[in-house]
Design a protein around this ligand. Structure first.
Ligand SMILES: C[S@@+](CC[C@H](N)C(=O)[O-])C[C@H]1O[C@@H](n2cnc3c(N)ncnc32)[C@H](O)[C@@H]1O
Length: 348
């Protein structure tokens, strides 16, 4: 395995440009795979600089496509670059790159949503969670339709220390649709504050790096793109299971214009809704009239800790989902109504 500090000359030899690679292999962008390519090496270098020092590092690149970002990662000195690409058409071009950087590129033809990254790198690179982050980086110009489910999955992995985070606090440098990037980094009280802001920020230090105008991509997407850097926190700001935090955050933000009390009430079954919501807010010391966007991470921490205690005291509460109750109630009302109608019909 590489990454032993041996790659003194890491600049790539002269290669066809990315534009030429696209022509050579007839790599028309597939809308279905949200393909928008970056051909400007100054921009790809700038994205890669946000990851920090990559000299002799281990890197996983998500969706390398024709390989612009890949070249910048190699030029920055990565010693072991694993690229995961779903579309087979890009594999020959990536092989060309791998030949130009012998022993430094490993190509996986697969889907990043299911790829087992915990098996992709040698165990000896792992660092203890509390220590400095490992010399492993995830970098990607992600497809928009994959970026949000992927970051949610990786946030859950951070919480459980699974997947890429079995190696410690692996850092991520990723692109998102600008609006999503703004949500990820939104501070308390801002208009963009949302579920994503809380879920990302309770687990990571999230930094908005810069915006890439849509016109820099080929083909040009409808929107601009934001580059975001994540470093998992040694001590998450909320020390409760991911699913529990997600449930609270989801409930609160479903009524984003109402007082936070409204969404929190829905954590509890109708029969005890007001009483338990009152207890949750009182014991968490949260003002029920605050709007969801005005709740701080400390508020969410207090709510998650109190809710966890209430779940321990009230059997079945953790599994309660008001949407299921609504569906059951609707089904019951429908059944009652059809019985009622039945009673009008003349029995033969
Ligand atoms: C927005 S393009 C970026 C390509 C290249 N990194 C660049 O910056 O020019 C996204 C790339 O991700 C690939 N891709 C899409 N879905 C994927 C998935 N689930 N797993 C891995 N790669 C995927 C696409 O085939 C495409 O190459």
């Amino acid at each position: 395995m590489a990454a032993t500090g041996k790659c003194a000359s890491f600049r790539l030899p002269p290669l066809p440009t990315i534009g030429e690679i696209i022509k050579l292999y007839n790599l028309r962008a597939e809308k279905q795979l949200s393909q928008n390519f970056l051909l400007d090496m100054k921009l790809t270098d700038k994205i890669v600089r946000q990851a920090g020092n990559l000299r002799n590092a281990y890197v996983c690149e998500v969706g390398p496509g024709p390989g612009g970002l890949t070249r910048s990662i190699l030029n920055a000195g990565a010693a072991d670059l694993l690229v995961v690409e779903k579309d087979t058409r890009f594999i020959p071009g990536l092989k060309l790159l791998s030949e130009a950087a012998p022993g430094r590129v490993r190509i996986v033809h697969g889907d990043i949503l299911t790829y087992r990254m915990d098996r992709g790198f040698p165990p000896h690179i792992a660092k203890r969670w509390e220590d400095e982050p490992p010399d492993l980086h995830i970098i990607g110009n992600l497809p928009f339709n994959v970026s949000t489910p992927l970051i949610i999955k990786w946030l859950e992995d951070i919480s459980n220390r699974t997947g890429p985070f079995v190696f410690g606090r692996t850092r991520l440098t990723l692109t998102f649709q600008k609006e999503v990037a703004e949500r990820l980094t939104a501070s308390t009280g801002s208009r963009q504050r949302s579920r994503l802001s809380i879920m990302a920020q309770y687990l990571c230090n999230v930094k908005s790096c810069f915006t890439i105008p849509g016109r820099a991509f080929v083909p040009k997407p409808e929107v601009d793109v934001g580059v975001v850097h994540f470093t998992p926190l040694a001590q998450p700001q909320i020390q409760q299971p991911f699913k529990l935090v997600e449930k609270i955050v989801k409930n609160v933000f479903q009524f984003r214009r109402k007082h936070c009390r409204r969404g929190l009430e829905m954590l509890f079954p109708e029969s005890r809704r007001l009483e338990l919501a009152e207890q949750l807010l009182r014991e968490s010391d949260v003002d029920p009239t605050l709007r969801p966007v005005d709740l701080t991470l400390s508020h969410f921490r207090a709510l998650a800790d109190t809710y966890s205690r209430l779940c321990a005291q009230n059997q079945g509460l953790i599994d309660y989902d008001f949407r299921e109750e609504l569906t059951e109630n609707r089904a019951k009302r429908r059944a009652d109504r059809s019985k009622e109608l039945d009673s009008y019909t003349v029995k033969r």
